[in-house]
Design a protein around this ligand. Structure first.
Ligand code: FAQ
Length: 319
């Protein structure tokens, strides 16, 4: 079959909402875009364990500690599903991880901010997981089968994460004056970086048009950001916390909240590696990888031993 007929068949599948599967023909650029996005997403889940992991030993009660450990462990699982989905496109996990560790690959800007108080754990669950869900519900319908299927389970777990975060904020907001102030301070620091998670504004988003044509993305960065603001403002009101944006107001004509200008200079600065914790995050990931070398070697040796045994048994059966 000629390349143009294969392209036609691929485009037809996209139009008819038939998922593209690993063995299907796909344009090189489609494959490249998916490897880029899925691996960045996987790296974000893995690096995203670090700011919260920082509070596991300092959680204020056993219940909070158990929930936080479970959440951080879920993020590791999400990373693994996503690396597996990306591997189906022909890129090895080693290559992807090497790119993360060398600083070549991107991961979400949000994880380069520090977790200074316990309320930050509430703010991450409420805002960061809340933003992740809005972006990821759309990805459950993405055109590449393995990515779409991984996202279904991830979204279920993220909604538990969002609720545990909101419940921490609710408890603090109803607590002592100091606790409420701590919750407000966390909201002040995490609000704007959470809006940045959705990526640059549509007119600066270089991948959006093509990704939407291929139905990898179903909604634009700005559309998703607006949905997040609309969903989150009433939640803040309910627990009597103030969103740190003097320009935030309901727009009756649009049926949405208007909000203030995002500091895009800060965003690009963080994306380029100059955020408050970029260096620390990469050092932590590299250290964990180096210290885990003996585990990978032991697992590989064990797998090899098992394979040799299986082969011996098969040979005995055959003879
Ligand atoms: N940070 O043309 P666009 C989570 C880059 S998971 C850093 O608009 P695209 C769970 C972008 O890669 C959070 N870089 O790009 C959790 C591109 O650079 P490149 C992660 C960013 O792909 C919670 C350039 O800017 N979620 O939170 C960011 O069409 C709690 C131009 O941008 C996902 O990855 C950013 N925020 O749209 C875990 C979801 N935004 O590659 C632990 C899947 C943009 O050309 C604790 N990804 N860039 O060098 C997506 O939906 C998309 O990739 C977007 C960006 C929407 C992030």
């Amino acid at each position: 079959m000629s390349e143009s007929s294969m392209l036609k068949r691929f485009e037809d599948k996209i139009q008819r909402e038939i998922k593209i599967e690993p063995r299907d023909w796909m344009p090189d650029e489609y494959r490249k875009t998916l490897v880029r996005q899925i691996s960045q997403h996987a790296h974000s889940e893995i690096v995203g364990m670090l700011p919260e992991g920082n509070w596991v030993t300092r959680a204020p009660s056993m219940r909070r500690k158990v929930a936080l450990i479970a959440k951080v462990q879920d993020e590791a699982g999400h990373g693994l599903y996503l690396y597996s989905a990306a591997e189906t496109l022909g890129t090895s996990r080693k290559e992807m991880i090497d790119d993360l560790h060398s600083g070549k690959a991107k991961y979400s800007s949000i994880f380069n901010y520090p977790t200074l108080s316990w309320a930050d754990i509430g703010a991450i669950g409420w805002l960061v997981d809340g933003a992740a869900i809005i972006n990821q519900v759309m990805l459950c319908r993405t055109s590449y089968g393995p990515y779409a299927r991984a996202m279904v389970r991830i979204c279920k777990e993220e909604s538990f994460h969002q609720r545990q975060g909101y419940e921490i904020m609710l408890t603090l907001a109803r607590g002592s004056e100091e606790q409420k102030a701590m919750a407000q301070d966390a909201l002040n620091r995490w609000w704007w970086p959470s809006l940045m998670m959705f990526g640059p504004p549509d007119h600066e988003s270089k991948h959006s048009a093509q990704s939407m044509a291929w139905k990898i993305k179903r909604k634009s960065n700005d559309e998703l950001r607006q949905s997040f603001v609309d969903a989150t403002v009433p939640q803040a009101k309910l627990i009597d916390l103030v969103i740190p944006d003097p320009d935030l107001k309901w727009n009756e004509d649009r049926g949405h909240y208007d909000f203030g200008e995002i500091d895009w200079e800060e965003f690009w600065n963080v994306v380029k590696g100059n955020g408050p914790c970029n260096k620390q995050r990469l050092e932590a990931r590299n250290k964990a990888h180096d210290e885990g070398k003996w585990v990978r070697e032991a697992a590989a040796a064990f797998a090899e031993k098992q394979a040799t045994r299986r082969k011996d048994v098969q040979q005995k059966i055959a003879s």
